[in-house]
Design a protein around this ligand. Structure first.
Ligand code: UT7
Length: 327
């Protein structure tokens, strides 16, 4: 048995925040942000919108477009590092209830910006093993609620958004075929992208500052890791699949920084035009950035049946990985 993506949809909150608007309350400039990252704007969830709220439109779209009822879903996997609640319950349970997916198991996957790649591979394995026919893979992130808006090193980089994909057996069609993904972790870099307080290592106490509770990042360290991770992932996937760079129609990397992608493409000797990038309008939406990119590619008519895509995720953990999708 093989597994395929039957449909994929993305959704971003309505409100946007441009670099120019950011300069009104953060000591930064549009010039710095765009030249260092390629970002011009990002979507921001409303005050009363959580990770599950912004994911539901994408989930419903995927179900509608495939004529699948919520009762037919066997499993819901939600990749997020900005869940509705800290540690419990899972955001997947909230989405299961909101959809009325009454025959589904539900759990969250914690792999930060590699979350969609990880969740797709878990879904593929459930389907290939024959233990699920319809797995709803969701990525949803509301980083605007976990960044420290006083820290210009991080707050300018992130945005909010969501995506969903329905993974099912590839017995009726091979469109969207998922190949065995490459997944890796380097936990030695655990604290280079972290929310330091609030877990069992450093429970929140009277001394915890706002900065301790919010996201912090050693940008340089993560940048160097990211360039290596993109290279290693692409080379591993190509080797496994016995393909070359020329065989790939699009590389769909995590949308953290245009410079990371350009540096990796240069090292690989791959044409940068084949790396799809949309961080200019969305910024870094962590686990959601790959489905937001594929959703936009679909809407723009860039994806034709049989095209070969390689996804590449990298982020906190440090996690990384990717896989081949035959569209
Ligand atoms: O999604 C998970 C994966 N995350 C990533 O992949 C992010 C990886 N890291 C990066 O993308 C880059 O390292 C950053 C975009 C975070 C930073 O770019 P950089 O070129 O590495 O800049 P830097 O950290 O070396 O900082 C250069 C200067 C510093 O000033 P000084 O110390 O040289 O005077 C910073 O204070 O830029 C300053 N700076 C800013 N200036 C204006 C940092 N942030 C800002 C800002 N506006 N927003």
């Amino acid at each position: 048995m093989e597994a395929r993506i039957r449909a994929l949809a993305a959704h971003a909150p309505e409100k946007t925040l441009s670099n120019e608007e950011l300069t009104k309350f953060v000591d930064t400039t549009d010039e710095w942000i765009f030249s260092h990252t390629g970002i011009r704007s990002r979507h921001i969830a409303a005050a009363d919108e959580s990770a599950s709220d912004i994911a539901l439109p994408a989930c419903r779209k995927v179900l509608e477009s495939t004529g699948t009822s919520a009762e037919e879903i066997d499993l819901i996997l939600v990749a997020t590092s900005t869940p509705d609640y800290i540690s419990m319950p899972s955001t997947a349970c909230i989405i299961q209830h909101q959809l009325g997916a009454n025959a589904a198991g539900a759990m969250d996957i914690t792999a930060a910006c590699s979350g969609f790649v990880y969740a797709l591979e878990i879904a593929r394995n459930f389907v290939v093993a024959g233990s699920a026919r319809n797995v709803l893979v969701v990525a949803t992130e509301v980083y605007s609620k976990i960044v420290n808006w006083k820290d210009r090193n991080t707050c300018v980089l992130f945005g909010d958004g969501a995506g969903a994909a329905l993974v099912s057996p590839a017995d009726d069609s091979r469109r969207g075929l998922l190949h065995h993904a490459f997944l890796r972790s380097d936990g030695s870099g655990a604290e280079s992208l972290v929310r330091l307080h609030g877990g069992t290592r450093r429970p929140t106490n009277a001394d915890s500052t706002e900065a301790d509770l919010m996201l912090s990042m050693d940008g340089r360290k993560v940048y160097n890791f990211a360039v290596r991770a993109v290279n290693e992932t692409i080379l591993e996937v190509l080797e496994r699949e016995k393909l070359t760079i020329d065989d790939i129609d699009y590389f769909v990397p995590h949308q953290a920084n245009v410079r990371i992608i350009e540096a990796a493409a240069k090292r690989l000797g791959a044409p940068v035009e084949r790396f799809y990038m949309n961080m200019e309008r969305y910024a870094n939406t962590s686990a959601s950035s790959i489905p937001l990119a594929i959703g936009e590619m679909q809407d723009r008519g860039l994806l034709k049946p049989g095209m070969k895509l390689i996804t590449i995720g990298f982020g906190a953990g440090l996690t990384y990985g990717g896989g081949l999708i035959e569209w």
